[in-house]
Design a binder for this molecule. Sequence first.
Ligand code: F0G
Length: 464
Amino acid sequence: MKECVFQRCIIPQCRATMDVSETAFRCPRCGNLLDVDYEWDRLPLPRSLAEWENTWSQRSHPLNFSGVWRFRALFPFAPENQVVTIGEGQTLCLRSDAVAAYVGLRPGRLFLQYEGLNPSGSFKDNGMTAAFTHARLTGASRAACASTGNTSASLALYCAASGQMRGIIFIGSGKISYGKLSQALEHGALTIQIAGDFDDALRRVQDVSRQLGIYLVNSINPFRLEGQKTIMYRVLEALRWQPPDWIVVPGGNLGNVSSFGKAFAELYQLGLLRQLPRLAVINAAGANTFYELYEHRGLRWNGGQYDDNLITGYMRELDVNQRRADTLASAIEINRPVNLPKALRALEICGGVVREVTDQEILDAKAQVGAGGLGCEPASAASVAGLRRLVTEGIIQPEETVVCILTGHVLKDPDATVAYHSDDRNLFDQKLGRRGVRRATYANRAVQVPNDLAEIIKAIELYA
Ligand code: F0G
């Protein structure tokens, strides 16, 4: 198997290849990002996508139980006895007519892919199981990441559960929600809070990993993105192997959109899918680098010859104006997305668009998702808020089929939720008001009653 898999530079004009055991995750020739690539014609492939439903039924086999590894024929980089899995990917794609009504889609047209059901509560586990497996193949004993919280929670969990690796996480001071910080601490990762934000932490962790030979699990790691492809396989499965018209995903470091684009490109190339969905990436307005570059400055993949000057010029402007990412959706509070070139490639393959949404729109959409029966964190709700905008703009039609990815669980960031629903004005102002949130449009206020039976009954009769 090993000779059928390698790492390859994403730039078509370079295409340098590297051995599967390399862990620098940068092209040694041109410095750009790498893909995991396969010689498909020498590998056993399913005849159709529907074949996976048979593996799904064999739940006593750990690799078939995993919602990631049951699709391993589409990312065959590791021998089965080396796989590190903790049963990730048992997630659901649920029809939501309530949220469809909110965003302006017809009943039956909106599905929410709920990745909060993963062991660490976010989609990151799809990628972490793949990265951990690769780390094990390379003989690594320490793994590191910079994180806005979910990657670090996932890394900490995989280290603790597998007992195979020491986890080292870099987080921006005060930049991570308590739900996520608590996971890193509870699972025993070495937690390094640096005075700075995610963008600073990501630069540092790359330097440190290189210098100390520590295995890096940020989404610059192409093996992580191989695992995240399975989110799309599960979506297709839930939709009976019919691609939706649109996939809508929040954009932070742009790993998800990159892996989704690669998943679809490969399925098309392998003849397993005839038609591709379009991709919509949603930035928070306070962290909107991708939106600015793609929608306003016309940055495109352009067959691999994208205009790097546009990117470096934009980053220089951020520096000169001392502009830092700033959004309540702390998971996507990122101004320097490391997967930018791969995300451009994904949008070219799938015909993509990028939008930005305010924190107000995010929190309102989040409350509507919650009222509709699925709890998600603020960054996840950016997808729903962005979809609502795209329907209003007429880019997405009410009768089109759309899947929004809900990337993380509501319990990841209880502070944001409580502040939104609270009638404590100080709490609201302190947490949300300073970010430009003016009102809690769909607040569900707690009712204050004296400890008195008659008063309690009166309150219930009044409100329920
Ligand atoms: N949603 C959630 C809940 C996230 O945690 C992240 C990223 C994203 C969306 C954005 O995904 O990077 O693939 O575009 N969180 C990273 C972290 C950065 O450190 O946990 P992306």
